[in-house]
Design a protein around this ligand. Structure first.
Ligand code: P5A
Length: 440
């Protein structure tokens, strides 16, 4: 992508409305724009990061055996009347009427809709287990939307829903998502700690929130500090192994970890004082097991091996991609801007032409840009006629992991500079060496 033809409206000044660093940097880097309170457009740079986050989420959901579908944002109120949540959900639900005066709503979550899909076509235990997910916009009319897309009214959610014949089987489904979440957040460059959590309007007794420790987090959390160094389940984790996944779950729940709603002061005080971590955190995921809470009132049942009908045991599993992007920035930034983990960076490499219009600089940059693009890298080429200082500031602000800098003096020697955004380390090398480093 040539910067001269891209759309990346950088702000020079710090926007006054932004209270936390991620919100400030997302606005300054031209990633998002507020359209009305708690409702955002994702501009091209932000959209690239969001897509990369979603690709990792999708990859890990698929690995764990979940199956993707797509459900609408607008739902009929009838389904929610069946489950009994239509009245209970309160003011957070945005209610709408269509031209026939039928009550509709902008979905805050999809337990009812997916249960309706399930009951219409699954009749036998032989079709279980089943886990269906989508990545879709949701709307919650939050009392206090704030911090940009961290807590917005319209936001994206990956929501998965599992269906099983028995409680035991449903627990295995829960453990699959538990392990998939550990892997997902790790690949996003984050350390998320599963904590016992309140189930709120979703319901059920068993639930874990996945929390990123951050001073700007909205949740108050308490946990054993060893969680910070626990091993993440590997790429070859067998998601069909009941014992294997139970062992992962048992290990990751063996020490104290709870959000403030579930906090047990006495149990926490039993943790040796030096091991206690009392901190603030960002909830990036939340998983639930709620048994037959929706399947009973909505009549979602299958025939079991005993020939009888059984209401299915369900769970639901949420991740907030539009919250994850700022959460990643909270974890990865410095005074100059964002430092993206390579897995979610909007571009892999930025090529900075320090003197656009200078034939040697232009030729060198074009050569590098073409070679790296051909090798499948996402390359941003700063071919604008801005001052070099402005270009460096922009490259640092948008946080692309590698900068290849071509200035007249180095280029005259057949060389360029390669800068690592995270460490700031700079290396001078031949043009060929710079290309080979990223093509190999
Ligand atoms: C689980 C999947 C649910 O809604 N039903 C379907 C269950 N859970 S949840 O905890 O309420 O939300 C799941 C995740 O969505 C993100 N999230 C938000 N992100 C941005 N702004 C919001 N206002 C918002 N509300 C929820 C969080 O990441 C949460 O863990």
């Amino acid at each position: 992508m040539r910067l001269s033809r891209y759309f990346m409206p950088i702000l020079k000044e710090n926007p006054k409305e932004a209270e936390i660093v991620s919100h400030r940097l997302m606005l300054r880097a031209g990633m998002i724009r507020q359209q009305s309170q708690g409702i955002y457009s994702w501009l091209p740079l932000g959209k690239r990061v969001l897509d990369k986050v979603n690709a990792i989420i999708r990859d890990e959901q698929n690995r764990a055996g979940a199956i993707e579908l797509s459900m609408p944002t607008l739902q009929s109120a009838e389904l929610w009347q069946e489950s009994g949540r239509y009245d209970a959900y309160g003011k957070e639900m945005l209610r709408i009427k269509d031209r026939q005066d039928r009550p509709m709503l902008y979905g805050p979550t999809n337990e009812e809709m997916v249960t309706d899909i399930f009951r219409s076509s699954v009749k036998s235990y032989k079709d279980l287990p089943l886990n269906l997910y989508h990545i879709q916009l949701k709307f919650r009319d939050e009392i206090r939307p704030r911090f940009g897309t961290m807590r917005s009214r319209e936001f994206m959610m990956k929501d998965a829903y599992s269906f099983d014949l028995t409680r035991e089987a449903a627990e295995h489904s829960y453990n699959k998502m538990f392990a998939a979440y550990l892997r997902t957040f790790d690949r996003l460059g984050l350390r998320a700690i599963p904590m016992r959590a309140d189930t709120g309007p979703i319901g059920g007794k068993l639930s874990h929130e996945f929390i990123i420790l951050a001073d700007t987090g909205e949740s108050e959390v308490f946990c054993h500090k060893d969680f910070v160094d626990f091993d993440i389940p590997g790429e070859h984790t067998d998601f069909d192994s009941v014992e294997g996944l139970q062992a992962i779950f048992d290990k990751w729940t063996s020490l104290y970890a709870a959000t403030s709603e579930m906090h047990d002061e006495a149990a926490f005080n039993a943790v040796p004082e030096g091991d206690r971590l009392s901190a603030r955190g960002i909830e990036v995921g939340h998983i639930f097991y709620f048994g037959t809470k929706y399947s009973e009132p909505m009549g979602a049942k299958v025939q079991g091996p005993d020939g009888k009908e059984h209401f299915v045991h369900m769970g639901s599993y949420g991740i907030g991609p539009t919250r994850l992007v700022p959460a990643i920035i909270e974890a990865w930034h410095d005074d100059n801007g964002i430092i993206w983990p390579a897995s979610v960076a909007p571009f892999d490499i930025v090529v900075i032409n320090m003197k656009a219009g200078d034939q040697a600089c232009d030729d060198t940059c074009e050569l590098i840009y073409a070679a790296l693009t051909k090798a499948g890298k996402d390359v941003l080429y700063d071919d604008t006629d801005d001052r070099a200082g402005t270009k460096f500031a922009t490259a640092d602000l948008i946080g692309v992991p590698v900068q290849i800098i071509a200035g007249p003096r180095a280029v005259a020697n057949g060389e360029v500079e390669v800068k690592d955004r995270k460490t700031g380390a700079r290396e001078t090398m031949t043009i060929e060496a710079a290309i080979n480093r990223f093509v190999a």
